[in-house]
Design a protein around this ligand. Structure first.
Ligand code: FAD
Length: 467
């Protein structure tokens, strides 16, 4: 960074919150994907006013800005691909107010999502979006990625719970979108535009979240299938039976074996697939619902069904699902986590296509995911030092996206586009759709300083950035 620009930056933020040493900058050069890009400087802003001043400076000097929460992004979202300044939001003022009367929470972007779950539940309320990373990721990162998790099936994604935002625009102005009212139809819905914009349209500095009453009870079952297609049919049959489970998770045989190798918990390693179904609501209703789910699983060929009798047994069933990520991480040094999503009726077909892709490219491809909402996570376990295998991985990733879009699905159900999926955007949106998004970006950010290099395909890049 030019000396004059640096002096201007230091006039806004004191030097103990500006990192310039190589070792410090290196700590900010990666996220939970596998890309690595070194920023020129890292700044830890404490309030919106500091951010406004930094953004104005960045516009004058054309410095790229990269907002960053906990860097758990799996699509390369906060990576400083064009150098510039990383804005580390983790020291930003930590406000977390639960407004019980209005069923709201007002929070700062650096708050850890699990802290919102905890505080809301202490007040008898519920904040449903539950990314598996919620114990580490920030609510600001969740906003930018429109994150969700198993409960997305019944309760929807982050965007369903955001009714107001405070945002520093890419030109350095502080604006508010939406507000504290449940209804708000004044003008364009900028809140929805910002949620999911992956740090390309501004920096979120405050969030107003809608909370709902906490469900009174829940019931969980685990069903094992000899054929993966049968598990897909059980999922679609439960959904068309009139029951809306809170979560419906799927693990394929490779996941089952990985979990058993990692921490043995008595899972049937000879089965092709396991599904986990949870219903929540009134105790009388969920008792009947879980029995219907059990009957449907058996009708579709489940060779084993277990309904948790109490909270301890429920925890044990969920433990297996939670172990999947850490277990498959042990299978190889590089884990490419995808989240191609298809309409739920297409799950059996997508599973079949994934099997073909695994065989065609001879890869260690395992599948788990939120099958109830069609959001599958094909994970390829590889080693980024093996260049020949990485080329096959790159082609396989392209085929996964093509299969998802061909089945009427999407490139991302929850991990966002970031750096890795940008080359495939036109395949899903079409030329005119992508051009409209570009025009929005140009109108908001004429100097292209907010998270440049993300979402939009770069000239010459036709594949994910793996090799
Ligand atoms: C083990 C594991 C499990 C995961 N499970 C899930 C899951 O179940 N569901 C899911 O949806 N995701 C999941 N993720 C992905 C990731 O956790 C989410 O995308 C999360 O929302 C990122 O939050 P973060 O605080 O880490 O943000 P970062 O990774 O730091 O940043 C993500 C994006 O948000 C932008 N950003 C961050 N803060 C702001 C701000 N204040 N204003 C504007 N832009 C900002 C960044 O520029 C970047 O584009 C998982 C990741 C891991 C490692």
């Amino acid at each position: 960074m030019e000396e004059n620009a640096l002096q201007e930056l230091l006039a806004i933020v004191p030097e103990e919150r500006v990192f310039l040493d190589l070792a410090e900058r290196y700590s900010y050069s990666f996220d939970a994907s596998f890309g690595e890009y070194l920023p020129e400087a890292v700044v830890q802003p404490l309030n919106a006013e500091e951010i406004c001043r930094i953004v104005k400076l960045a516009n004058r000097r054309r410095i790229p800005l990269y907002p960053r929460g906990a860097a758990t992004s799996l699509s390369g979202g906060p990576l400083p691909v064009e150098g510039g300044v990383v804005l580390d939001m983790t020291r930003f003022a930590r406000k977390l107010i639960i407004d019980r009367e209005n069923l709201l929470a007002v929070v700062s972007p650096g708050v850890i999502t699990a802290d919102i779950h905890k505080k809301a539940e202490e007040a008898g309320l519920f904040y449903p979006p539950d990314p598996s990373s919620s114990h580490v990721s920030t609510i600001g990162g969740n906003m930018a990625e429109n994150s969700s998790g198993p409960k997305g099936l019944k309760y929807g994604t982050t965007k369903e719970y955001v009714i107001g935002l405070e945002v520093v625009t890419p030109l350095g102005d502080l604006i508010r979108t939406g507000g504290k009212t449940v209804k708000n139809v004044t003008g364009y819905d900028l809140t929805r535009l910002i949620v999911g914009s992956e740090g390309t349209l501004g920096i979120i500095t405050e969030i107003i979240l809608r909370l709902i009453p906490k469900p009174k009870a829940r019931k969980t079952l685990l069903a094992a299938f000899d054929r993966i297609q049968d598990s897909g049919h059980a999922i679609t049959n439960i959904l068309s039976s009139g029951i809306l489970p809170a979560a419906m998770e799927l693990m394929d045989n490779a996941c089952i074996r990985a979990v058993e190798q990692f921490q043995p918990s008595g899972l049937p390693v000879d089965k092709e697939a396991l599904i986990l179904v949870e219903v929540d609501g009134h105790p009388a209703a969920i008792e009947e619902e879980i029995r219907s789910c059990e009957a449907i699983c058996r009708e579709q060929g489940a060779s084993l069904v277990k309904v948790a009798g109490d909270e301890k047994e429920r925890e044990e069933l969920w433990r297996a699902r939670r172990m999947v990520s850490p277990a498959i991480t042990q299978m190889g040094p590089t884990k490419i986590s995808e989240d191609a999503t298809v309409p739920r009726s297409k799950i059996p077909e997508m599973m079949e296509r994934l099997k073909q892709i695994r065989d065609k490219y001879r890869l260690n491809l395992v599948v788990f995911g939120h099958a109830g909402d069609g959001n599958l996570h094909p994970n390829i376990i590889t080693d980024k030092r093996n260049k020949e295998e990485m080329r096959r991985v790159e082609d396989a990733v392209g085929d996964i996206f093509k299969a998802a879009v061909a089945l009427g699905g999407t490139l991302s159900g929850e991990h966002g586009i970031g750096l890795l999926k940008a080359p495939y955007m036109e395949m899903e949106l079409g030329e005119a759709g992508l051009a409209m998004m570009r025009r929005i970006k140009e109108a908001w950010d004429p100097n292209n300083i907010m998270n440049p290099g993300k979402i939009f395909p770069q000239p010459g890049r036709t594949k994910a950035v793996l090799t």
